[in-house]
Design a binder for this molecule. Structure first.
Ligand code: AMP
Length: 316
């Protein structure tokens, strides 16, 4: 069970995530999942919790199902004191459909619910958070959130097509404030107008951050840092293992940030190792709908898969 805490580095730096905790309806060429637990924050927190304790700041509404709450509670290293339940509001809900290649998807509907209101409150106990991840939500909310942590060691943001389209100005402002950004290949192209993944990252660095991670789904990820470039293949998943790619990006970021918080490092070498942990952690997420697979595995499963990944990716 993910509740096993003994493997988490006791010296891990406080890691905090804010974003969406929501209800997803997902359609793939082979199936459909109705109103499962989702949201950027939920995936991130579950994935990060295998590497370091993680604090959550998010809001849900009166329709938030009890069964989803208990799944999140099952991840013992996820601190839910910052998960606000609003009796007068509704939970963020997203409906997406994947194309046959299981990489591209379209959003069929987004119900903002609590996202349309004031951001969730940050518990006093979270004030000393050193590692901050701004999972997908409105960039103005991400920016405002960041202002509460002037002494943080590392702030990394995620974003997506919707925000690049409707909140570009706020996103550009955010990029001036964060240390790093994690985004999909198509989002990097949309943001910069450049299709080459490395050059697109360089353009993003010109906008402010010290590093950018460009995720290319089954083709792996590229890290462009002011101090160097790293490339990471994807975990070689078989067709039958890919049930639902939703949350892969957030889980990747969770594994990455969880590792960095666990070793308390932010340099380019550590980031390179971190994206390997992100890759391996996310490879479990896609094996089921929602958080089901992550809720089944132990840290030892991630370690075992990391060994396979290292062997498969070895050069020389
Ligand atoms: P990904 O890791 O990119 O597959 O993220 C999938 C998750 O993002 C889903 O669980 C959705 O609930 C969530 N999501 C979808 N659209 C948005 C949005 N506009 N803002 C924040 N989260 C979103």
């Amino acid at each position: 069970m993910p509740g096993d805490t003994c493997w988490v580095y006791s010296a891990a730096m406080p890691l905090l995530v804010t974003g969406t905790v929501g209800i997803d309806t997902v359609e793939t060429p082979s199936g459909r999942a109705e109103r499962v637990l989702g949201g950027s924050c939920a995936y991130f927190a579950a994935a990060a919790s295998f590497h370091a304790p993680v604090r959550v700041v998010a809001a849900v509404g009166r329709d938030w199902p009890e069964k989803h709450r208990s799944v999140l509670r099952g991840f013992k290293n996820v601190d839910l004191r910052g998960l606000e339940v609003r009796a007068n509001s509704t939970t963020f809900a997203w409906h997406g459909r994947y194309k046959a290649n299981m990489n591209d998807r379209e959003t069929l509907s987004t119900h903002l619910g609590v996202l349309d209101e004031k951001p969730p409150a940050i518990p006093q106990e979270y004030a000393d958070s050193d590692f901050i991840f701004l999972a997908n939500t409105h960039p103005a909310v991400q920016l405002e959130f960041l202002r509460h942590f002037p002494k943080r060691r590392l702030a990394v943001a995620d974003t997506m097509d919707l925000w690049i389209k409707i909140a570009r100005k706020e996103l550009e402002q955010l990029l001036k404030e964060v240390d790093g950004v994690v985004l999909n290949y198509s989002e990097a192209e949309q943001l910069t107008g450049v299709s080459n993944a490395v050059t697109a990252c360089r353009r993003i660095l010109e906008m402010g951050p010290a590093f950018a991670v460009n995720k290319k789904g089954e083709h792996g990820a590229i890290l462009v840092h002011r101090d160097g470039v790293a490339t990471m293949p994807a975990y070689p998943a078989e067709l039958h293992q890919v049930v639902d790619p939703t949350g892969a990006g957030d889980s990747f970021a969770g594994g990455m940030m969880g590792y960095l918080a666990s070793v308390s490092r932010t340099d380019v070498k550590s980031l390179q190792t971190a994206i390997a942990w992100g890759t391996v952690t996310a490879s479990f997420t896609i094996e089921s709908y929602g958080l089901d697979r992550l809720a089944q595995i132990k840290r030892s499963d991630i370690d075992a898969r990391m060994k396979l990944f290292q062997a498969a990716a070895r050069v020389g």
